[in-house]
Design a binder for this molecule. Structure first.
Ligand code: URA
Ligand code: SF4
Length: 190
């Protein structure tokens, strides 16, 4: 199996889909490589493309603030990345063909990290990682356990929380459920 540096090197040089033509930086992921909790968004936005780091724009700042309330910090106890590693132009949703081209990197990241918990940020990640017909409005905050034994949940995407602050109380409740699950199944996170 690959190691992190070998995988990162392959990903940084990747030209498997057309997003390679328009990206500034490949956004591989951030956080400790032994974290028990993994957050997964859909794809880099403008700030992420410019800085090469996931979730560093307004949405990312909101996410970091909300996660700090349950003692999660990307420098310390979670890993964060995206379904596609290069920015879709004008922040459109990543196409299925682009997701198919890129998903292998995420699968290798999951194999290396071996997270206990995966939190999907928004519908696109949940559709890919939980079930294709995932309904974010109805199913955010619910736990799913697939054959690999990893606990999976989706919360609203931070961009949706910026657009619609009325969704924030639901997300706080989901994060309290996440904190409880971390206490139940993780040994090194808190
Ligand atoms: N939105 C995402 O889905 N991912 C990022 O990294 C930034 C914004
Ligand atoms: Fe490669 Fe993924 Fe970037 Fe496409 S989005 S070029 S598959 S790293």
């Amino acid at each position: 199996m690959a190691n992190w540096e070998e995988l990162r090197g392959r990903c940084m040089a990747c030209r498997k889909c057309a997003l390679a033509e328009t990206r500034t930086n490949v956004v591989f992921g951030a956080g400790p490589r032994d974290a028990e909790v993994m957050f997964i968004g859909e794809g880099p936005g403008e700030n992420e493309d410019l800085q090469g780091e996931p979730f560093v724009g307004k949405g990312g700042q909101l996410l970091d603030e909300m996660l700090s309330l349950i003692d999660l910090d990307r420098t310390r106890n979670f890993y964060i990345t995206n379904i596609v590693k290069c920015r879709p132009p004008h922040n459109r949703d990543p196409l299925n063909t682009e997701q198919d081209a890129c998903i292998g990197y995420l699968e290798e990241q999951i194999d290396l990290l071996k997270p206990k918990i995966i939190v999907c940020l928004g519908r696109i990640a949940a559709a890919r990682l939980i079930k294709p017909d995932f309904k974010i409005t109805r199913e955010h905050g619910q736990w799913f356990r697939l054959e690999d034994g990893v606990w999976r949940m989706a919360i609203y995407h931070p961009a949706a929380l910026l657009r619609d602050p009325d969704k924030r109380p639901d997300t706080f409740a989901d994060l309290r459920a996440l904190r409880a699950k971390i206490r139940e199944v993780c040994t090194r996170t808190y």
